[in-house]
Design a protein around this ligand. Sequence first.
Ligand SMILES: Cc1cn([C@H]2C[C@H](O)[C@@H](COP(=O)(O)OP(=O)(O)OP(=O)(O)O)O2)c(=O)[nH]c1=O
Length: 227
Amino acid sequence: MIAAASDESNTDGTRAKGARPALVLASGSPRRLALLQQIGIDPDTLLPADIDETPRRGETPRALAQRLARTKAEVARRAADRNAANVDGLVLAADTVVAVGRRILPKAETHEQARACLELLSGRGHRVYTALCISAPKDVVRQRLVETRVRFKRLSRAEINAYLDSGEWRGKAGGYAIQGLAGAFVAKLVGSYSNVVGLPLHETANMLAGLKYPVLAGWADPAAIRP
Ligand SMILES: Cc1cn([C@H]2C[C@H](O)[C@@H](COP(=O)(O)OP(=O)(O)OP(=O)(O)O)O2)c(=O)[nH]c1=O
Protein backbone atom coordinates (compact mmCIF):
# COMPACT_ATOMS: atom_id res chain seq x y z
CA MET A 1 0.00 0.00 0.00
CA ILE A 2 1.32 3.43 -0.85
CA ALA A 3 -0.02 5.84 1.71
CA ALA A 4 1.24 9.26 2.65
CA ALA A 5 2.80 9.47 6.09
CA SER A 6 -0.06 9.64 8.57
CA ASP A 7 1.24 12.65 10.47
CA GLU A 8 1.05 14.63 7.25
CA SER A 9 -2.48 13.60 6.29
CA ASN A 10 -5.62 15.60 6.88
CA THR A 11 -8.36 14.00 8.96
CA ASP A 12 -10.33 13.24 5.79
CA GLY A 13 -7.39 11.17 4.51
CA THR A 14 -6.32 13.67 1.86
CA ARG A 15 -2.75 14.82 1.81
CA ALA A 16 -1.78 17.97 3.67
CA LYS A 17 -0.45 20.75 1.42
CA GLY A 18 3.30 20.46 1.16
CA ALA A 19 3.40 16.94 2.62
CA ARG A 20 5.94 14.64 1.09
CA PRO A 21 4.79 11.77 -1.12
CA ALA A 22 4.93 8.32 0.43
CA LEU A 23 7.97 6.32 -0.60
CA VAL A 24 8.15 2.60 -1.29
CA LEU A 25 11.61 1.04 -1.51
CA ALA A 26 11.26 -1.92 -3.86
CA SER A 27 14.21 -3.78 -2.39
CA GLY A 28 15.14 -6.52 0.02
CA SER A 29 18.71 -5.29 0.22
CA PRO A 30 19.65 -4.07 3.72
CA ARG A 31 22.46 -2.06 2.10
CA ARG A 32 20.04 -0.05 -0.05
CA LEU A 33 17.90 0.78 2.97
CA ALA A 34 20.95 1.78 5.03
CA LEU A 35 22.24 4.01 2.20
CA LEU A 36 18.90 5.80 1.89
CA GLN A 37 18.73 6.27 5.65
CA GLN A 38 22.27 7.65 5.58
CA ILE A 39 20.93 10.67 3.67
CA GLY A 40 17.95 11.05 5.96
CA ILE A 41 15.37 9.27 3.83
CA ASP A 42 13.24 6.64 5.53
CA PRO A 43 10.95 4.77 3.16
CA ASP A 44 7.39 4.25 4.37
CA THR A 45 7.24 0.72 3.00
CA LEU A 46 9.71 -1.98 1.95
CA LEU A 47 8.40 -4.06 -0.90
CA PRO A 48 11.05 -6.37 -2.38
CA ALA A 49 10.28 -7.47 -5.94
CA ASP A 50 11.26 -11.05 -6.53
CA ILE A 51 12.02 -11.20 -10.26
CA ASP A 52 14.00 -13.37 -12.67
CA GLU A 53 17.37 -11.64 -13.07
CA THR A 54 18.74 -13.85 -15.86
CA PRO A 55 20.40 -11.78 -18.59
CA ARG A 56 18.91 -12.11 -22.08
CA ARG A 57 21.05 -13.40 -24.89
CA GLY A 58 23.35 -10.61 -26.06
CA GLU A 59 22.09 -8.17 -23.42
CA THR A 60 24.66 -5.57 -22.41
CA PRO A 61 25.41 -4.94 -18.72
CA ARG A 62 23.83 -1.48 -18.95
CA ALA A 63 20.68 -2.76 -20.63
CA LEU A 64 20.37 -5.55 -18.05
CA ALA A 65 20.65 -3.20 -15.07
CA GLN A 66 18.08 -0.83 -16.58
CA ARG A 67 15.61 -3.57 -17.47
CA LEU A 68 15.83 -5.17 -14.02
CA ALA A 69 15.47 -1.89 -12.12
CA ARG A 70 12.41 -1.00 -14.18
CA THR A 71 10.88 -4.45 -13.74
CA LYS A 72 11.42 -4.28 -9.96
CA ALA A 73 9.71 -0.88 -9.84
CA GLU A 74 6.77 -2.09 -11.95
CA VAL A 75 6.28 -5.29 -9.96
CA ALA A 76 6.41 -3.42 -6.66
CA ARG A 77 4.00 -0.73 -7.86
CA ARG A 78 1.48 -3.34 -9.00
CA ALA A 79 1.77 -5.09 -5.63
CA ALA A 80 1.37 -1.78 -3.81
CA ASP A 81 -1.59 -0.70 -5.92
CA ARG A 82 -3.48 -3.95 -5.35
CA ASN A 83 -4.46 -2.99 -1.80
CA ALA A 84 -4.14 0.74 -1.92
CA ALA A 85 -6.77 3.38 -1.55
CA ASN A 86 -4.10 6.03 -1.96
CA VAL A 87 -1.65 5.49 -4.82
CA ASP A 88 0.04 8.85 -5.03
CA GLY A 89 3.43 7.72 -3.81
CA LEU A 90 6.82 6.99 -5.33
CA VAL A 91 8.35 3.55 -5.85
CA LEU A 92 12.15 3.40 -5.93
CA ALA A 93 14.01 0.38 -7.30
CA ALA A 94 17.62 -0.29 -8.23
CA ASP A 95 19.75 -2.98 -9.77
CA THR A 96 23.51 -3.39 -9.62
CA VAL A 97 25.51 -5.21 -12.29
CA VAL A 98 29.27 -5.85 -12.30
CA ALA A 99 30.93 -6.29 -15.68
CA VAL A 100 34.29 -6.81 -17.30
CA GLY A 101 33.79 -5.35 -20.76
CA ARG A 102 30.52 -6.83 -22.04
CA ARG A 103 30.85 -9.82 -19.74
CA ILE A 104 28.29 -9.78 -16.95
CA LEU A 105 29.45 -11.29 -13.67
CA PRO A 106 26.91 -13.27 -11.65
CA LYS A 107 25.50 -12.51 -8.24
CA ALA A 108 27.68 -15.12 -6.58
CA GLU A 109 25.76 -17.87 -4.82
CA THR A 110 28.45 -20.58 -4.72
CA HIS A 111 32.15 -20.69 -3.80
CA GLU A 112 32.95 -21.65 -7.39
CA GLN A 113 31.13 -18.63 -8.80
CA ALA A 114 32.76 -16.29 -6.30
CA ARG A 115 36.22 -17.74 -6.97
CA ALA A 116 35.75 -17.35 -10.74
CA CYS A 117 34.69 -13.71 -10.23
CA LEU A 118 37.66 -12.88 -8.00
CA GLU A 119 40.14 -14.56 -10.35
CA LEU A 120 38.70 -12.55 -13.23
CA LEU A 121 38.74 -9.27 -11.27
CA SER A 122 42.27 -9.77 -9.89
CA GLY A 123 44.69 -7.13 -11.15
CA ARG A 124 42.29 -5.57 -13.64
CA GLY A 125 39.60 -2.98 -14.07
CA HIS A 126 35.86 -3.55 -14.12
CA ARG A 127 32.70 -1.47 -14.14
CA VAL A 128 29.83 -1.39 -11.71
CA TYR A 129 26.50 -0.17 -13.05
CA THR A 130 23.54 0.66 -10.86
CA ALA A 131 20.30 1.50 -12.60
CA LEU A 132 17.74 3.52 -10.66
CA CYS A 133 14.08 3.55 -11.51
CA ILE A 134 11.42 5.65 -9.81
CA SER A 135 7.81 5.06 -10.65
CA ALA A 136 5.55 8.00 -9.84
CA PRO A 137 1.79 8.54 -10.19
CA LYS A 138 0.15 9.01 -13.61
CA ASP A 139 2.54 6.51 -15.25
CA VAL A 140 5.54 8.79 -14.79
CA VAL A 141 8.76 6.73 -14.76
CA ARG A 142 12.23 8.21 -14.27
CA GLN A 143 15.38 6.19 -14.89
CA ARG A 144 19.08 6.79 -14.46
CA LEU A 145 22.15 4.63 -14.97
CA VAL A 146 25.28 5.31 -12.93
CA GLU A 147 28.68 3.84 -13.73
CA THR A 148 31.70 3.43 -11.46
CA ARG A 149 35.09 2.17 -12.60
CA VAL A 150 36.96 0.01 -10.11
CA ARG A 151 40.38 -1.61 -10.32
CA PHE A 152 41.42 -4.44 -8.02
CA LYS A 153 45.00 -5.15 -7.02
CA ARG A 154 46.36 -8.51 -8.05
CA LEU A 155 44.94 -11.07 -5.63
CA SER A 156 47.01 -13.97 -4.33
CA ARG A 157 45.52 -17.44 -3.96
CA ALA A 158 45.72 -17.00 -0.17
CA GLU A 159 43.77 -13.73 -0.35
CA ILE A 160 41.09 -15.26 -2.53
CA ASN A 161 40.77 -18.26 -0.20
CA ALA A 162 40.55 -16.06 2.87
CA TYR A 163 37.92 -13.90 1.21
CA LEU A 164 35.91 -16.94 0.20
CA ASP A 165 36.02 -18.12 3.83
CA SER A 166 34.50 -14.81 4.94
CA GLY A 167 31.26 -15.49 3.06
CA GLU A 168 30.89 -11.76 2.35
CA TRP A 169 30.61 -12.46 -1.38
CA ARG A 170 27.29 -14.31 -1.08
CA GLY A 171 24.48 -12.65 -3.03
CA LYS A 172 26.75 -9.83 -4.18
CA ALA A 173 27.09 -8.82 -7.80
CA GLY A 174 30.59 -9.72 -8.99
CA GLY A 175 31.23 -11.84 -5.89
CA TYR A 176 32.48 -9.07 -3.63
CA ALA A 177 31.27 -6.34 -1.30
CA ILE A 178 33.33 -3.16 -1.38
CA GLN A 179 31.89 -2.08 1.98
CA GLY A 180 33.57 -5.03 3.71
CA LEU A 181 36.87 -6.88 3.53
CA ALA A 182 37.07 -6.43 -0.24
CA GLY A 183 37.61 -2.73 0.34
CA ALA A 184 41.26 -3.73 0.73
CA PHE A 185 41.30 -5.04 -2.86
CA VAL A 186 40.39 -1.69 -4.41
CA ALA A 187 43.46 -0.03 -5.93
CA LYS A 188 41.44 2.62 -7.78
CA LEU A 189 37.87 3.82 -7.97
CA VAL A 190 36.50 6.43 -10.36
CA GLY A 191 32.96 7.62 -9.76
CA SER A 192 30.42 7.02 -7.04
CA TYR A 193 31.33 4.71 -4.14
CA SER A 194 27.71 4.32 -2.98
CA ASN A 195 26.86 3.23 -6.53
CA VAL A 196 29.08 0.17 -6.01
CA VAL A 197 27.39 -0.67 -2.71
CA GLY A 198 24.04 -0.58 -4.53
CA LEU A 199 22.53 2.91 -4.51
CA PRO A 200 24.22 6.04 -5.92
CA LEU A 201 23.27 8.61 -3.32
CA HIS A 202 23.87 11.82 -5.25
CA GLU A 203 21.77 10.67 -8.20
CA THR A 204 19.07 9.14 -6.00
CA ALA A 205 18.69 12.38 -4.04
CA ASN A 206 18.52 14.40 -7.28
CA MET A 207 15.87 12.14 -8.79
CA LEU A 208 13.73 12.22 -5.65
CA ALA A 209 14.06 15.98 -5.39
CA GLY A 210 12.98 16.26 -9.04
CA LEU A 211 9.79 14.43 -8.11
CA LYS A 212 9.09 16.82 -5.23
CA TYR A 213 10.31 14.46 -2.55
CA PRO A 214 12.01 16.63 0.07
CA VAL A 215 15.67 15.75 0.47
CA LEU A 216 18.15 17.61 2.65
CA ALA A 217 17.63 21.22 1.45
CA GLY A 218 13.87 20.77 1.27
CA TRP A 219 13.48 19.70 4.88
CA ALA A 220 11.23 21.75 7.08
CA ASP A 221 13.30 21.07 10.17
CA PRO A 222 17.06 20.93 9.51
CA ALA A 223 17.60 20.13 13.19
CA ALA A 224 15.99 16.76 12.55
CA ILE A 225 18.90 15.76 10.33
CA ARG A 226 21.16 13.27 12.01
CA PRO A 227 24.76 14.43 12.63
C1 LIG B 1 29.64 -4.87 -6.14
C2 LIG B 1 28.81 -4.88 -4.88
C3 LIG B 1 27.52 -5.32 -4.88
N1 LIG B 1 26.79 -5.34 -3.73
C4 LIG B 1 25.41 -5.81 -3.70
C5 LIG B 1 24.39 -4.71 -3.98
C6 LIG B 1 23.16 -5.50 -4.30
O1 LIG B 1 22.48 -5.80 -3.07
C7 LIG B 1 23.71 -6.78 -4.89
C8 LIG B 1 23.35 -6.86 -6.35
O2 LIG B 1 22.10 -7.42 -6.49
P1 LIG B 1 20.78 -6.63 -6.90
O3 LIG B 1 19.97 -7.57 -7.73
O4 LIG B 1 21.11 -5.30 -7.48
O5 LIG B 1 20.04 -6.38 -5.52
P2 LIG B 1 19.49 -7.40 -4.44
O6 LIG B 1 18.94 -8.64 -5.08
O7 LIG B 1 20.54 -7.60 -3.38
O8 LIG B 1 18.32 -6.57 -3.78
P3 LIG B 1 16.94 -6.04 -4.43
O9 LIG B 1 16.85 -6.54 -5.85
O10 LIG B 1 15.87 -6.61 -3.55
O11 LIG B 1 17.03 -4.54 -4.35
O12 LIG B 1 25.11 -6.76 -4.71
C9 LIG B 1 27.33 -4.90 -2.54
O13 LIG B 1 26.67 -4.91 -1.49
N2 LIG B 1 28.62 -4.43 -2.53
C10 LIG B 1 29.39 -4.41 -3.65
O14 LIG B 1 30.57 -3.98 -3.58
